[in-house]
Design a protein around this ligand. Sequence first.
Ligand code: AGP
Length: 601
Amino acid sequence: MCGIFGYVGVRERDVALMTYRALRDLEYRGYDSWGIAAMTPDGVFVRKSVGKISDTNEQELKGISGKLAIGHSRWATHGGVSEVNSHPHFNRDRTIAVIHNGIVENHNELRAFLYAKLGLVHADLFVSETDTEVIPHLIDYFLRLGNTFESAFVETGKMLEGRYAVVVMKRGEPYLLAMRDGSPLVVGEGEDQYYLASDVPAFLDHTRTVCYPGDREYLKVSAEGIMMRSLDDGAKVEPKWSEILWDKASATKEGHPHYMLKEILEQPLSLDKAIRQEDGKLLEAAALMKEAEHCFFIGCGTAAKMAKLGELYAASVGGRQTTAFVGSEFKPYEQFLDRKSVLFAVSQSGETADVLEALSVGKKRGAKIVSLLNVVGSSMDRMSDKKLFINTGPEIAVASTKAATAQAAVLILLAHALAKDGKAKLAEGKHLLRRAVKEIKAWLTPDLSYEIRRVAERLKDTNDLYIIGRGLNAPIAHEAAIKIQEVSYIHAEGFPGGELKHGPIALIQKGTPVIALIANDETRRDMESNTMELKSRGAYIIGIAPTHSPLFDEWIPVPDLGIASTIANLIPIQLLAYHLAVLRGNDPDKPRNLAKSVTVK
Ligand code: AGP
């Protein structure tokens, strides 16, 4: 949630324009309002606005020269969407500008602290409703006590509770200060210039050399270099630089109208990368899980559905009992975590707050942490004992598509590694997935997309849409519902086929559209019976299946990939959700009320 960007360089540059472009690349993180502050020879330039930054013409930001700038793309948490609540936030004399991603959980206590110390009331101090605004006022307070800018910043940092990444600029100071705890922040090193951002695409046009500060570390960044220290004891931290290997093209639309479509269509490639896992890493992760007394998969949203799929594969292929949880519902089970437990996180971003919280508790209680991630250097990457990466390159659209199928593919491999003769089984799993990727490549053509658009045209005015699946396809039915809800805004619900008769079938009337996911496996007969029951009550059946059935009003053929059919079944649903969104006039890349990475609880 929220994208932050900072720049400091030795030469004057068109800094507001540069910041505008960086925020445009971070817009997927938050897009209800934005703001920029730049240090210019004539003073501080500030521009804030409600709405998406990409709706503003970049020419409006041209010609603002400076050596320092910060910018923020917001996803509102505290305070409504308004110019006054958008970042940067300032101290009273507007000499200190702050951008922040995360939540200052103790902002009420910090407000009370400031009122007591300054003898002021709310209206004398605060102009916005945000939690962030306590930060510039606290820095200002510590400066007035005689601290340097840096020590005032550190004192403020020590008082903040919650997850945050903060960047601060002060009039007259030729450097930026930044700190993070729990929220993402990456530094880019250019020639005589540095960049700070929530994510790499913000500065990939300028540099590929990056460093990821750790939790509770702060940075002083000037054109000459960066200094990193621990927020708690001031100990110096040596920055560890690495090179980004993917290029900007993987973070651009490459001629597609939306990132979501591009990311759906590139799945043959992303899946091919995902299954190229080192055997050793999979076997090591599996070994930890085998030794454990309890193993919990954990994720949120789409990743939670894939975590559930991980549980099913671990049981059916690996013969291991595990339990999958939604991150926000894990609390009652924290008491069972100990040195004999494994927490297996599934997360694209590696920054999802509810999962991070469970992992932190697990870590404190001695549990082993294993993660399946996309973003290298993320918080979960840093706190994991073993990590696996899906290697799909950046996923920009808010809806998870290529990350979800890649997670499913790696979880299939993991389940093979969990089996008795893990090594031999893994070879079998890899063979199965290589064949699956080949078949998906031949099938996932623009023609499939056109065909599904035709189905979407029939469904675009429906108010409700239901999806059923059994066995491995039950979590896929749930995931289908998320996909359709989040981009098309149609009421969609997924059910295990067997649950229909226990309630949901009452929702079916003549013409109610239902998607039936029918795999060629032991669930097929029962699924056909469920579909028949729906059909007899007037449902309009869209079958996603390798073989045709007279029960279907529409048939979307999918390749029969055995246990990997879950992956194939997800793809037409992603395309359907995409086309429904476009036909209904929605922006599929930036659905209302959502953000790519949910870094607050
Ligand atoms: C799915 O399309 C959503 N964008 C959302 O449910 C997402 O999967 C969830 O927020 C988890 O994100 P993560 O994978 O980055 O942890």
